[in-house]
Structure formats: C-alpha cells, structure tokens
Design a protein around this ligand. Structure first.
Ligand SMILES: [Zn+2]
Length: 223
C-alpha cells in the first residue's frame, strides 16, 4: 500500500479548530475532529479551561469535508465506570451526533476513545456500531494496513519535537498508516503544538508523496 497519515484533533477547541481548518484547507486535505457530546459536563481540566466549538461550527466543518466524530460523552475514563453505564453513555453519545450532524451514521464513522483507552468489552460494544475504534495499541500509531482496530499515538510536552521525531521515523523507515492525535494549537489543550509546526510537518508529508486523510477516509467502507 502507499503510505498514509491521519491527523486527529481531540477535544474540540474552537480556536484550534479554526486554525486547523485554515492549515488543512489551504493544502486541499482534511483532518478529523473528535468531539464530546456534552463538553460542558467534563471534569477534564484542559477542556474546562478552553472554549470548545458549538454544533453549528461542527456542522459547517463536516460540510467542508472534515469528519466530525465522537470522542465520548464528557471525556470519562471508561475503565472507571460499570460496563453497562459505559456502554449506555457511548450509545447516548452517538444519538447526540446523529441528532446534531446531518448524515452522521456511526457505521461510517470512527469512534475516538478519550484517553485513547477503554476496557475490551467497551471496545467490542463500540466496534459493533462503528466503522472503527481508535485507541493506543502500543504500536506508536503505526498500522500495517487499514483496519477497524486503529492504533494511534499522541504527544505530551514538548509535543512539537515529539511530533517531528515521529514523522522523521515514519518517513525514514516505515510503511503503512500512521495515525496521529493532537489536541490544540498555540497553547490550547493538552500537549499543544505550534501552528507553524503543524504547517511544516504537513508540508513535509505532502512533498514526500504521503497521503494525508482522516481515518474514516482511509478505511474501506461497506466491508
Ligand atoms: Zn480527549
């Protein structure tokens, strides 16, 4: 297969989402935005500290070709909940996305787990409903081929350097599909990167002939 890289932006920060759209749209490519059904209920300090976009903005973003996909109800740690409560919360999350985003159909969308993790029974529940489930599987975000159990990687501070090093390694010695998770630009969220870093890394990948596309565009549908 040819090489692909997906960029996922978690948590839905409004200012970041605007910047990411400008950067990607200027290059004719798309990112995935992974957002919460009820961000106002979150206990996560990074999300509480930073304004997130509203459904009107997400509808416009989805219409511009960027998948807007589910990242959970309010960023719970799913391992801390009883299984039935975790699954019920995820089903409620998908119902909100169906209601708010025209054409949202879970079986054609990837689910992006908060904290990149959930108990296997929760993953199995989601896998029945979703095109794919994105989590950390220990492969540093490298998937040998597009598959529905999607490995991803994210970077704490200094995230600029860590992102650059991960892309260095991919370009130098790897094949397959790399799934990168970022949060905010220019100081927003956990592990923020500079917009200039995002621009530079995207340009490197595109000039190396790597396909840049969101996970739900990389995965085959209907199979
Ligand atoms: Zn998150």
């Amino acid at each position: 297969m040819s090489r692909s890289v997906s960029f996922c932006f978690d948590d839905g920060f409004r200012r970041t989402a605007g910047g990411v759209r400008e950067v990607f749209e200027a290059r004719g490519v798309h990112a995935a935005f992974c957002v919460l059904a009820a961000p106002e209920q979150t206990a996560d300090p990074f999300i509480r500290a930073t304004p997130v976009a509203d459904w009107g903005w997400w509808r416009e973003t989805a219409a511009a070709g960027h998948p807007v996909e589910a990242h959970g109800w309010a960023h719970e740690r799913l391992a801390d909940l009883p299984l039935s409560e975790a699954c019920e919360g995820l089903d409620r999350t998908l119902d909100v996305f169906r209601r708010e985003l025209p054409g949202f159909e879970p079986s054609r969308q990837v689910f992006h787990l908060a904290y990149l993790a959930a108990p296997q029974a929760v993953v199995d529940h989601l896998a029945q409903k979703s095109l794919g489930v994105r989590r950390a599987l220990g492969g540093a975000g490298l998937n040998a081929a597009p598959g529905r159990d999607i490995d991803c990687v994210t970077f704490g501070d200094p995230a600029d350097e860590r992102l650059a090093a991960r892309i260095d390694r991919f370009l130098a010695e790897e094949d397959g599909w790399l799934v990168l998770v970022l949060h905010g630009l220019d100081g927003e969220g956990w592990g923020p990167i500079r917009r200039t870093t995002l621009e530079a890394q995207l340009d490197r990948l595109l000039s190396a002939g790597v396909r840049v596309a969101p996970p739900s565009h990389v995965l085959p549908t209907g199979g």
